[in-house]
Write a protein that binds this ligand. Sequence first.
Ligand SMILES: *[C@@H]1O[C@H](CO)[C@@H](O)[C@H](O)[C@H]1NC(C)=O
Ligand SMILES: *[C@@H]1O[C@H](CO)[C@@H](O)[C@H](O)[C@H]1NC(C)=O
Ligand SMILES: *[C@@H]1O[C@H](CO)[C@@H](O)[C@H](O)[C@H]1NC(C)=O
Ligand SMILES: *[C@@H]1O[C@H](CO)[C@@H](O)[C@H](O)[C@H]1NC(C)=O
Length: 589
Amino acid sequence: MDLRLFCVLFICISYVSSSKLHYDARVMVNKEGITRFSFENNNINLVKLVRTSGNNIIWVGGPKILYSISPTQASKPHQVNVPLCQDESKDSDKSQHCSHRISVLREGVDGNLLFICRSYDGNTVCCNLNSSYSLDNCFTSDNYVLYINEPSLLVGNMLYFTKPDEGLFRINNNKHDNIWSQPSQAEQTYLKLIAGKGQHKDKVYSFFAEKHKSKDDESERWIPRVSQSCTNDRGGSKSLLQSSWTSVIYTRLFCGRGNEFTQMIDVATLDTDGDTKIYALFRNYWNMSAVCVYNMTEISRIFTSSEFNSDKVPANHRPGTCVEDSTRLSSEVLGFMKERPEMKDWVMPENGPLLFRHRHYTHIQVDRVQDHTVLLLSLESGGVHKVLEEPVFVIAEYLPFPRGTHITSMLLDASERRLYVSSSNEVVQIDLQRCHVYGDECIGCILSRDPYCGWDRLHCTSRAKNPVQDIRNCEPEAALSKTGISDKPPVDHISPSSKHFLLCPVTSRHATYHWYHGKTREECVHSDQGCLYLIDSMNETHEGEYICVSSEEGFQRTVTQYKLSMSRSDALRLTPALLLLLTALLLTF
Ligand SMILES: *[C@@H]1O[C@H](CO)[C@@H](O)[C@H](O)[C@H]1NC(C)=O
Ligand SMILES: *[C@@H]1O[C@H](CO)[C@@H](O)[C@H](O)[C@H]1NC(C)=O
Ligand SMILES: *[C@@H]1O[C@H](CO)[C@@H](O)[C@H](O)[C@H]1NC(C)=O
Ligand SMILES: *[C@@H]1O[C@H](CO)[C@@H](O)[C@H](O)[C@H]1NC(C)=O
């Protein structure tokens, strides 16, 4: 083998302690199935990913820019010219510089590509981007400033959006429908808005993190919350809560076991048999991460039946019940609603928290595959973990960006089994069904526990019809012949006293790898390339067979095999000097 490569390998050698292995991802993926979309401009501040389901377009937006990507055509991102500055251009001073920014970017409804708002100087215009790429059905809303990063929701022709520390708002083309929130004393970060379903389809739910600062010691206290509002809320009477919510009630989410997790970071939803599950990502003071799973049935139950945390509850009207005309609610009820009524019962998770030690996750997406739930969690380091929910198992770590890149947004395309991840100036697509990263062997495929993949008796593939479920049903001969391991590996001839190394590729970081040479068992020398066996100076004792064996969950397998022999008669080798001599002889002849 090349001596230079040998030296490079030697430098990056690191001994890995085997104790912490299982908190790590089993497999690292840095190329396979990762497609990069690059943008001409590299200072563009991409923050939002949206997908139009009908024609499978991915939209990438920032406050000042909008691109579309057609993943199937693998073409470059196409810049979409939304006429953001059309009103301004009349004003000669400002025509050079567009001060409008995109303030809402959502999937379109009723066959439209997008729902998009732009804001400038306290005013906002919202439109549909229709299938001929024209802005349509626009409406203007004065005195509202929206932010592209905030959660939003479209229910009918009403746009719900949030503002940090201010709460939930509702606007549409009829100013009389506009509703705002009463300011809160605490800092609030809004994470998700969802529309109710079934008998609760007249309601909207907001998930947010509330931060309280203690005046005495500067310490922070977080409370994870969900609130419920009625979509037909028209605000209160002229004297109380006019154009403000009269139906919002609050409760708290609990996540913990022993220690409580209180800092909610992100929320994803998953629709399963008639219910919506809420996957909330938390962090605690010790920088541990946890995911707690709630369901909307339970959340609605608490809002409809829990007692209130107050002894002045109005007698004739249950606070939070949707009424036909909220402007006619009694002043007793309106006065109670103004105090932000909170339920006595907290929402408990369905499970104990799924715990992750020393992991800083920043975003969560959830997919359902073959009766398994897969969590996709972005890391503060710029990677993405693919995690099996129960029991927690980190299947893979994708490394789409250079280490330390800040991930701004994640979007799961569940129908295509692809994950889109953005940094401020790049977008990558991760194919979640790339199964040969687990090797082309039955055991490795099953040990991967990746529900997107299965062993079809020839390959590890996403298309296996009746995949082999049990490792004991893996056919041993098939596995052996596929990896090219035979009784007689080709012999490598090594010259005496030279340096040499043998490489055993490492796919699973949960496995332990060893070298066997004759009767001796040798530890690996770990490098970025895999498990190495190093020979400093070749002599007779190094001759013979070498087998690299991996062991994982009690299953052992031969990964690779070599046979070394020392080349004895150096005399006959054509060294450059000898060649020169021979050529000289031939010429003189
Ligand atoms: C899109 O909107 C433009 C402008 O309102 C309109 O002229 C056009 O017919 C619309 N196209 C479709 C397909 O609705
Ligand atoms: C948690 O992480 C933050 C940011 O990485 C760091 O500043 C802080 O010291 C960590 N806290 C603890 C208790 O480790
Ligand atoms: C919803 O959550 C509650 C409380 O955690 C739990 O008791 C209930 O079984 C869950 N419902 C479903 C359908 O899983
Ligand atoms: C061969 O090399 C090993 C070390 O790599 C050394 O321990 C051994 O004594 C050598 N054997 C001979 C015959 O030189």
